[in-house]
Write a new protein. Structure first.
Ligand SMILES: Nc1ncnc2c1ncn2[C@@H]1O[C@H](COP(=O)(O)OP(=O)(O)OP(=O)(O)O)[C@@H](O)[C@H]1O
Ligand SMILES: [Mg+2]
Length: 208
């Protein structure tokens, strides 16, 4: 079972991923948590390049770097783990590319879709949670996050960019309602977590 978490920076993805991981582990599932880009040596190296503020990266180079990191992750980690029956919880996946590079950077959507097809090798999550939070609220959450440090290259993109990204996520959800669950992320952690559990009980056979 493959589950991904999406949303703008600071929306609460990682928080919810950890809450779900704990519940799944307590109910006996073998769980693997992954962050994107990351989880392989190559993908973590690409992550460093992508998030560093030391250099500018063109939108197309950004698209290709995220895609390279993803395909390494899919082939080396996700495909083998799915074969073992592991529950994979992924902090961002292909929808991030559609939302950030497609809607946010406004790259040609056909090129983004082609890259996504190549990078995922057709491997898609069964369920994707889009934690929907307004830009201001996400910014506020990041400001109060003492572990967050300085904003990375992506986080510096600004309000208009993130508003396009959010609209992008909503468009993806509208296109693919069977996979993407939109969660109202403006509420407290427990209410969001409850919605996530409820959606998984409805949509999967996970022992929850
Ligand atoms: N529902 C919530 N209400 C209030 N604060 C929250 C909520 N969920 C998460 N937070 C806090 O907001 C901050 C950002 O949350 P989190 O790190 O989970 O977001 P994220 O989407 O993973 O961000 P990033 O994209 O930067 O990794 C953290 O300090 C977290 O504790
Ligand atoms: Mg996070």
């Amino acid at each position: 079972m493959f589950i991904s978490f999406e949303g703008i920076d600071g929306s609460g993805k990682s928080t919810q991923l950890v809450l779900l991981r704990d519940v799944l582990e307590q109910s006996g599932s073998t769980v693997m948590t992954i962050r994107e880009p990351g989880a392989t040596l190559l993908s973590e190296s690409i992550r460093e390049i992508l998030l560093s503020t030391k250099q500018t990266i063109t939108p197309t180079a950004e698209l290709l770097l995220f895609s390279a990191a993803r395909t390494q992750l899919v082939e080396k980690v996700i495909e083998p783990a799915l074969e073992q029956g592991t529950v994979i919880l992924c902090d961002r996946y292909v929808d991030s590319t559609t939302a950030y590079q497609g809607f946010g950077r406004m790259l040609d959507m056909e090129s983004v879709k082609s890259c996504n097809r190549i990078a995922t090798r057709g491997v898609m999550p069964s369920v994707t949670f889009f934690i929907d939070v307004a830009f201001e609220q996400a910014q506020q959450r990041m400001q109060f996050d003492t572990a967050a440090g300085e904003p990375d290259r992506m986080e510096r993109a600004g309000r208009e960019f993130f508003e396009r990204v959010r609209e992008g996520y909503l468009a993806i959800a509208k296109d693919d309602p069977a996979r993407m669950v939109v969660i109202d992320g403006a509420r407290d952690r427990a209410a969001i977590h409850d919605d996530i559990l409820r959606a998984l009980r409805d949509r999967t056979s996970l022992p929850l």
